[in-house]
Write a protein that binds this ligand. Sequence first.
Ligand code: CA
Length: 229
Amino acid sequence: MDVRTILVVEDEPILREIVKDYFLNEGYEVLEAVDGEQALQLIQDRKVDLIILDIMLPRLDGWSVCRRIRKTSDVPIIMLTARVDEDDTLLGFELGADDYVTKPYSPPVLLARAKRLLDSRSRQSQSPGTSDSLIRYGIRIHFPSRTVESDGVSINLTHTEFEILSSLMQNQGIVMTREQMITKIWGYEYAGDDRTINTHIRNLRIKLGDKAKLITTIVRTGYRFGASV
Ligand code: CA
């Protein structure tokens, strides 16, 4: 299998070093950036499979970096937040981050989160037995390339938005609870709250335009794609 490349964006040398050594030991290639501008440059120049992005950075903070990356790329992003602040977390998700880890974090936890994001990608791009594409109501999902089209027009989704839309479409007509969605996307040990999913759904609806109405909110439960069965 290809060696995966992780970009660590962190201005504090000791923290950067710890993450770097840990991922190197686990067989990843690691790129380092000490500020936001260097991160954006590296993403342009190199193939990066996942980004670990600190929020507090000199020159260009993590929020701005995340927003800029999302204009051109759906690479998985894990944000590092300095404290348990739900507003920080939600802002990260609004800007297109896929996951977050609170400082101080343990490298094994960070690795587990990174692996999950990377694995769900490769699973979808090579899972045998499932059809490559799913088309419902004019929305076409192509799993190997992780691309989505609505009436032939391509839509750029983040990693997490893609996961949510594909789960909903694969379960067309059936209500998915927020817990089911969280479990499928982040796994059981996820510590966020329900508003996380709501935030991603809101972003997804904006991108779906007039097809947004295909996603129905089921009050106090979750979401359903398409008419109920
Ligand atoms: Ca920092």
